[in-house]
Design a protein around this ligand. Structure first.
Ligand code: DAT
Ligand code: MG
Length: 149
């Protein structure tokens, strides 16, 4: 099974979308193996979004992601990285299909509600950035046999 890093951004928390978003992932069949709320520091934001350093939207992006608490989680499941990205929709909410999270709840690329790792390698990097190994719980659920053949 694959793991991915998912984060409900400050706008998602402020707009009371935490339960709704987690519920979508749960109902899909993704397993929550780590979950916490935190306030991202400037330093952590720099590291998380390191690939975007120097781009014109970098400063506003760091301002936004550090502007209030986020809900961070690790989700596990078959093709979890792609599954979450598909459920989120593309970066610009106005380009995202209506049924996706960004397509349903967002209006602006700079307020796009949710983050999900874009590849298994970035997932591993981001999980390690936000969670200590002991914060990630390995466990079985009886429902697994009803989710997977
Ligand atoms: P994603 O979050 O879909 O993985 P990304 O990694 O390319 O997108 O960018 C990270 C975040 O930066 C994105 O969620 C919103 C912001 N962003 C990206 N491109 C942008 C742009 N052209 N203008 C403003 N903000 C942008
Ligand atoms: Mg990205």
């Amino acid at each position: 099974m694959e793991r991915t890093y998912v984060m409900i951004k400050p706008d998602g928390v402020q707009r009371n979308l935490v339960g709704e978003i987690i519920s979508r992932f749960e109902k899909k069949g993704l397993k929550i193996v780590a979950l916490k709320m935190l306030q991202i520091s400037r330093e952590l934001a720099d590291r998380h979004y390191g690939e975007h350093k120097g781009k014109p939207f970098f400063e506003p992006l760091v301002q936004y992601i550090t502007s209030g608490p986020v809900v961070a989680m690790v989700l596990e499941g078959k093709d979890a990285v792609t599954t979450v990205r598909d459920m989120m929709g593309p970066t610009n909410p106005l380009k995202a299909a209506p049924g996706t999270i960004r397509g349903t709840f967002g209006m602006d690329i700079g307020r796009n509600v949710v983050h999900g790792s874009d590849a298994p390698e970035s997932a591993a990097r981001e999980i390690a950035l936000f969670f200590a190994p002991e914060e990630i719980i390995e466990y079985n659920k009886n429902v697994d046999t009803w989710l997977y053949e």
